[in-house]
Design a protein around this ligand. Structure first.
Ligand SMILES: [Zn+2]
Length: 250
């Protein structure tokens, strides 16, 4: 049995959640953590996790929301946290990939949500793109917060810094891409430091790259990693679920 620690349940991506959840179960993906990233997506994520037993939620404001989120919205987010299916805050972080971003606004939004995580003793799911140093510098100020570095694809050195800070690395379909160097990094890292995720509907693993991703494809990622590490699937399931329990308490 596997856990998809990062999927996006939003109406714009899926007509029928039931089919997605059922497909996942048929492929031994028994638990899914739905990740909110905007006001609308957070509400939808909570709705889905309230409806389905095996779906949990993290909610938060993605850095691409930094220009529009107000103090009221942060307050609103805090009020939503009081729900037993919410297991963390995310995805939150920094994204300097696309032009036009405002570093200061992103940092402020990130820090405000880290403060919420600290106050409510919740783990965080970190989105960090082209912003490694700032992400590490900010996270270092909150040493009690643990979580997942979503869609990790950095170097061995960066992996070690995050692991040393109590974070797990979220590994998805990117590792199966032919041009990805991530497998070399992962081979130097003990599998106890990773959790599995799809980031569906994005980042569909090889050989289905380009198609819409679903939680069921955790199986493809798990098989790839089981080969890479030379450990049976059952062992990988056990190791990664232990990490999920450590971070999200499920
Ligand atoms: Zn995501």
């Amino acid at each position: 049995m596997f856990t998809d620690t990062h999927a996006h349940f939003e109406k714009q991506y899926y007509d029928n959640y039931e089919i997605v959840i059922d497909n996942a179960k048929k492929n031994f993906v028994n638990r899914i953590i739905s990740s909110g990233c905007s006001k609308l997506a957070n509400i939808e994520s909570i709705k889905v996790s309230n409806k389905y037993n095996n779906v949990y939620s993290t909610i938060g404001y993605h850095p691409d929301q930094a220009d529009i989120i107000t103090d009221m919205d942060i307050k609103e987010l805090e009020e939503l946290l009081d729900n037993e299916k919410i297991v963390g805050i995310g995805e939150i972080g920094l994204d300097y990939h696309y032009e036009g971003y405002d570093k200061d606004k992103q940092k402020k939004l990130f820090i405000e949500q880290l403060k919420l995580a600290q106050k409510h003793a919740l783990p965080v799911v970190i989105h960090s793109r082209d912003a490694v140093q700032d992400t590490i510098d900010i996270l270092k100020k909150y040493p009690n917060i643990k979580g997942v570095i979503h869609s990790f694809s950095g170097s061995f050195e960066v992996a070690n810094i995050y692991i040393g800070m109590g974070f797990k690395l979220g590994i998805n379909g990117v590792v199966t891409f032919k041009n990805s160097k991530l497998k070399e990094t992962l081979l130097k890292i003990d599998p106890s430091n990773i959790v599995l995720e799809t980031d569906s509907p994005y980042l569909t693993p090889h050989p289905f790259r380009g198609e819409k991703n679903e939680s069921k494809n955790i199986k493809i990622i798990a098989e790839f990693l089981s080969d890479l590490y030379g450990i049976p699937l059952e062992k990988l399931s056990e190791i990664t679920n232990k990490s999920v329990a450590e971070i999200f308490d499920i």
